[in-house]
Design a protein around this ligand. Structure first.
Ligand code: ADP
Ligand code: MG
Length: 258
């Protein structure tokens, strides 16, 4: 193995403000293939904003982003924020960044199977038959193959989130971004979703994970970041960040989230 292959995802010096509120004050992160990086921090610390800046759902004011060594082409708007300069490039790169939200975001008028094949057929131009076969395998993998013809409204929250994960995987993303994937779920459904995420970790997928499931984050992560006041306040191995953080704020956060 050489070390010349570019990182799966690189973000360098990301800044973001909303009006006069500076939410991100220069966040940098490099995820190598197979790394699982958990991002922790109090509510309002900018975790979602950071993930959303990575695929330009939010327009950062400064910074550089690259996926598999390919830098995002950015242009500055009048308000100072950066947006995609090349819509074809961003469409392609976004398709390689699977985003799983707290709120599932399945299309309610489509069956689970239709939800999963929609983007591969429309964006990736996968032939429908191949997309269906792939979708069925993914629904099997997340344990809801029997729900393929059901509508999202007829599934539990945990099943809907597993369907949303299958839909994301159908695009064969290079990296997966999870933003509090279990926060909207009833407690009894959290484990079934964490089990799916854990199986993805075991496959060696590259993931960024924002979560309040502290024990899970500790067990699954190769690295943990703690955000505070727009900066990375602490960063390291799970053991280091959870048990022996240098930052008093991080220590306090860990103590109050046991
Ligand atoms: P977290 O995900 O860590 O809870 P967020 O990234 O959602 O934090 O929010 C960080 C800060 O940015 C909060 O103060 C929030 O109110 C603010 N914020 C987030 N999105 C917007 C927006 N679209 N407009 C204005 N302020 C926002
Ligand atoms: Mg958030």
């Amino acid at each position: 193995m050489t070390h010349t292959s570019p990182p799966a995802l690189e973000a360098d010096n990301i800044h973001k403000r909303f009006g006069s509120l500076e939410v991100l004050k220069g966040i940098s992160l490099t995820a190598r293939d197979g790394e699982i990086i958990s991002i922790l921090g109090s509510s309002g610390s900018g975790k979602s904003t950071f993930l959303r800046c990575l695929n330009l759902l939010e327009a950062p004011h400064e910074g550089r982003i690259a996926l598999g060594g390919e830098a995002f082409k950015l242009k500055r708007q009048k308000d100072g924020s950066l947006v995609a300069a090349d819509s074809r490039q961003i469409t392609r790169l976004r398709a390689s960044m699977g985003f799983v939200f707290q709120s599932f975001n399945l299309w309610p008028h489509m069956t689970i199977l239709e939800n999963v094949i929609e983007a591969p057929v429309l964006v990736r131009k996968t032939p429908r038959k191949a997309a269906v076969a792939e979708a069925e395998a993914l629904l099997e993998k997340v344990g809801i193959a029997d729900k393929r013809n059901a509508y999202p409204g007829h599934l539990s929250g945990g099943q809907q989130q597993r369907a949303a994960i299958a839909r994301t995987l159908a695009m064969q993303p290079r990296v997966l971004l999870f933003d509090e994937p279990t926060s909207a779920l009833d407690p009894e459904m959290v484990a079934e979703v964490l089990n799916v995420i854990n199986s993805l970790a075991e496959e060696g997928r590259t993931m960024l994970l924002v979560t309040h499931e502290m024990r899970f984050a500790r067990n699954v992560s190769t690295r943990v970041l703690f955000l505070h006041d727009g900066r990375i306040e602490e960063e390291g191995t799970p053991d280091k960040v959870f048990d022996d953080p240098a930052s008093p704020r991080c220590r306090q956060f860990m103590a109050s989230h046991r």
